[in-house]
Structure formats: structure tokens, C-alpha cells
Design a protein around this ligand. Structure first.
Ligand SMILES: Cc1cc2nc3c(=O)[nH]c(=O)nc-3n(C[C@H](O)[C@H](O)[C@H](O)COP(=O)(O)OP(=O)(O)OC[C@H]3O[C@@H](n4cnc5c(N)ncnc54)[C@H](O)[C@@H]3O)c2cc1C
Length: 297
């Protein structure tokens, strides 16, 4: 593996100085579960890695109304720092309170060892179409909070992914966290992931389904397009009804939203066909959960 220098800045000023060194290839480093394998395989060739886990706010997870925000009242948004690890998110009682579908996505990632290191920010910044945190963040309509040498900005999650393994970050910028609006009371979510093995493998296809009160639905898909995507046609069908015919039509509409590729894990045709199955299954599970919520009330 090519040797590189390691720095762990304590403030953003020092971090941005390193991240913008003009004559060096510099990578932010979080859990290193993508960075080290890619460097070992010479896919990435850093001269310097900048460990961002010690920067202020990146290890916070809290509920608050922040600016720029989504219009939520204070206390209505979940902030998850970019350096929060997948298992910390999967087991967080705070996350499970209203944003459980994100906990489901985090829990489905890799294996126990990977989840103990891998961070949410790293999962987003690698920008793989299979990123297990992404479909949940799409249906929760999260914003990605970005800090850089030229200031702060935020992007809707759908604008952060710009292509396979490509994101909207500019030179020197890092993701500091995500901001997630609180869904209305009674919302339920289901994340379904299909992979070749039950644990430790990347998704062949994945779907996140969010059922909101009043019969409104949100659907997002992973691993079946150059980036994670929303499936508005499937949502439109479910918004008009959820009997068996509607469920089949919504699953077929999800199929229509896909444009997957063949790779070592599955053919494009198999991925697309499986989207029908997992979408149907996720909708049915969400309906079961809705019944339980209604029974409790
Ligand atoms: C065995 C194994 C199994 C895996 N299984 C899955 C799986 O099932 N699902 C899945 O989605 N992924 C999986 N992965 C991929 C990987 O674990 C995740 O993408 C992980 O979330 C990456 O996070 P990290 O903190 O390790 O990122 P790192 O490796 O530290 O960084 C990844 C990339 O993002 C950049 N980066 C990191 N944080 C930031 C930030 N805050 N701002 C700007 N840039 C940043 C780095 O410079 C680098 O380019 C697996 C990996 C392994 C090794």
C-alpha cells in the first residue's frame, strides 16, 4: 500500500488548510472501511489523510431545530454528525423514536465489525448506489450539511449524489452531518435489502418505504440506478390506495424507475425483477406496522 501522512486536526481551519494543499492528494478519513481497501488496491492514492472524527459536531447526535433547516419548529429535527458510526445509529433510541427507518438502514450495513467503524458521512461521501443509509435518508427528505473553506451550505439528499461514486462536494469541503425533519406522528417506515448473503454483503437491490398519516407514501430505491433514487411513480400509485392491485401496480412502477447495471453481484435484469418483490414486501410490512400503530392508539 502506498504510504501516506496522517493528520487529526482539532478545528476546521486546520482541516481546511490540509484539505486544500495544492500539490498533494488529500482525502478526509472517517471509519476508513472504504478508504483503506481502496488505497490498498491503489484505486485511491492519497499522499495525506485528514482524520475528521475529532472536528467539532461530527460526533453529535441530537434533536434540534437548526438553520438552515427544513421549516421544522425547534426540537423537530434530528441532527446526526457525519462521524457517527453505523452501529451507534442502528442502536440509538433517539433515532428509533421517529426516524427508525434510518436505524434499519444502518443495521443492515456490512457486518458487526464494519458497522462499528463505518460512519454515516463516509457512507454518503463514497456515494455508492448501494449505500444502505441513503434510501432511508431519501424518504425522510434529509438535508446534507456541508462545511468548506468558502463557508457552509446544505443540500437536499437527492442533490448530494451526482453519479456512481460521485458527490456534490467541492474541493476542500466535508460533510459535517445530516438534518432530518421529524415525520408526522403515526408515520411508519420499512427498509428492505436484498443481498447474496444475509450479512456482510452489499445490496443487489434495496427499497425504503415510508407510510405517512393520511395515506401518503414515499418510496426510494438503492442499487438499481447510478445513484440512490426516489420512485415517484410508485408513490403516486400508493397515494391513491393500498389494496392488492395498488400494491402490485406500485411494485411495477418501482420496476419502471430502475436502470441498473450488470456486475459481479447480479445482472441488471435480476436486480430489476427483485425490486418488484422487495417493494411489494416492504409495502405489506409497512401496512402491518400501520395496523399495530392504530391498535395502540
Ligand atoms: C466488508 C465490508 C462490507 C461492507 N458492506 C457494506 C454494506 O452492506 N452497505 C454499504 O452501504 N456499505 C458497505 N461497505 C462500505 C463502507 O463500509 C461504507 O461505505 C462506510 O459507510 C464508509 O464509511 P467510512 O466511515 O468507513 O468511510 P471512509 O472509508 O473513512 O471514507 C470513505 C470516503 O468518503 C470520504 N469521507 C468520509 N467521511 C467524509 C466526510 N464527512 N466528508 C467528506 N468526505 C468524507 C473519504 O475521503 C473517502 O473518500 C462495506 C465495506 C466493507 C469493507
Amino acid at each position: 500500500m502506498q504510504p501516506f501522512d496522517y493528520y487529526r486536526p482539532k478545528d476546521f481551519g486546520e482541516a481546511f488548510k490540509l484539505l486544500t494543499l495544492s500539490d498533494k492528494v488529500v482525502y478526509p478519513l472517517a471509519g476508513a472501511t472504504d478508504l483503506i481497501p481502496h488505497t490498498r488496491e491503489s484505486v485511491w492514492k492519497p499522499d495525506i489523510v485528514v482524520d475528521i472524527k475529532g472536528l467539532p459536531g461530527l460526533r453529535d447526535i441530537k434533536v434540534e431545530g437548526l438553520e438552515p433547516c427544513c421549516g421544522c419548529a425547534p426540537g423537530e429535527c434530528l441532527y446526526v454528525g457525519a462521524a457517527m458510526r453505523m452501529n451507534e445509529i442502528a442502536y440509538s433510541e433517539l433515532v428509533k423514536l421517529h426516524w427508525d427507518i434510518l436505524a434499519q438502514g444502518a443495521a443492515s450495513m456490512g457486518n458487526e465489525q464494519v458497522r462499528n467503524r463505518a460512519t454515516l458521512g463516509g457512507n454518503l461521501c463514497t456515494a455508492s448506489p448501494v449505500a444502505d443509509s441513503a434510501p432511508a435518508l431519501f424518504v425522510l427528505e434529509a438535508s446534507v450539511l456541508i462545511k468548506g473553506p468558502n463557508g457552509d451550505r446544505s443540500l437536499p439528499i437527492g442533490q448530494f449524489f451526482t453519479g456512481p461514486k460521485e458527490n456534490a462536494l467541492k474541493r476542500g469541503e466535508i460533510v459535517v452531518g445530516v438534518l432530518i425533519p421529524k415525520p408526522p406522528a403515526g408515520t411508519v417506515g420499512v427498509y428492505e435489502k436484498l443481498s447474496r448473503r444475509k450479512a456482510g454483503d452489499l445490496a443487489v437491490a434495496s427499497v425504503a418505504v415510508l407510510a405517512l398519516p393520511g395515506g401518503k407514501w414515499r418510496v426510494a430505491l438503492g442499487a438499481v440506478a447510478p445513484t440512490p433514487i426516489r420512485a415517484p411513480q410508485a408513490e403516486a400509485v400508493l397515494n391513491t390506495g393500498v389494496d392488492d392491485t395498488h400494491i402490485d401496480e406500485a411494485a411495477a412502477a418501482a420496476y419502471g424507475c430502475c436502470c441498473p447495471i450488470d456486475d459481479v453481484r447480479a445482472s441488471a435484469g435480476y436486480r430489476q425483477a427483485m425490486v418488484v418483490n422487495i417493494t411489494r414486501r416492504a409495502i405489506r410490512k409497512a401496512l402491518e406496522k400501520l395496523e399495530i400503530v392504530d391498535d395502540i392508539r
